[in-house]
Design a binder for this molecule. Sequence first.
Ligand code: NCD
Length: 312
Amino acid sequence: MAKNRFFNRNVVSIRDFNLDDFAYLFDVTDKIQTLKSKERGEIAKGLILGYIFYEYSTRTRLSFESAMSSIGGRSLGISDVDSSSIMKGESYADTIKTISLYSDVILIRHPSDGSSRYACEISQKPVINGGSGSEEHPTQAMLDIYTIFKEKKKIDGLSIGIVGDLKYGRTVYSLIYALSNYNVDIHLVSPAVLKIRNESIYDISHKVNMRQHVELSDELLEKLDIIYVTRIQRERFPDLQEYNKIQGLYTIDENVLKKSKPDVSILHPLPRVDEISPSIDNTANALYFKQAAYGKELRAALLSSLLHEDPF
Ligand code: NCD
């Protein structure tokens, strides 16, 4: 096994990681799935994941908890800030400091951009960003790329469409930064009001082929190997009337599949609202639940590598 590139590191932005880091993490993710449960259960024995979620979560929190438990560790945390001393006026800094006193690694989801970066200055334990505002969600991008790699056996050479709310969807930013390390064509599909933020275009357009579209046209569908669908981030919309205008704009259903490559893969970080019709859930193209399942394995690999210099 190659040298551990993750030991004691903060996972705040996907931009802090490179191709070698991804290759290492994917190897550990593959390896961890081959371990017997007894062996796997020794990795984080006696260690604790502490978390705090200032925003709703299903998959991120549960997959991290499940991952930690599968490597023998435990999790403790706050998933409902209304039940914590934050309601008594305790500061973000004091809350983070306290969680880091009781745990070996901490996971944070917060509505503000920069919240995880700031937490690193306070916590003495490694910090994992479980979603910071509309800025980033780095572990989601790691599992997205892992899913693509498992399915297509490669990343280079693929045409990847990213569809939906590209302005507020934090998974989109982490994903395009991660993809900019590879030789791919990225097609960004969104209504004009939800176009990707300009600074990100400046950041990566010199590294990767990227085109913007307003329509998920037949011509585009014929090219795509991956369609990564995102939810319109209603909670981040300043004006709900605008939200109503664009809701349901690009529904992925049998009709879209018919016009696409036969082996197109549909990914979604989930939760979905109405962007993907449940009628395609049982097709071989629908990868989103497999993707969610990989989330547990990849996060088990990530936790193992953050917590141990030599995880195996
Ligand atoms: C995403 C998030 O919280 O950014 N969910 C997730 O972690 N898989 C996507 C979303 O909420 O739309």
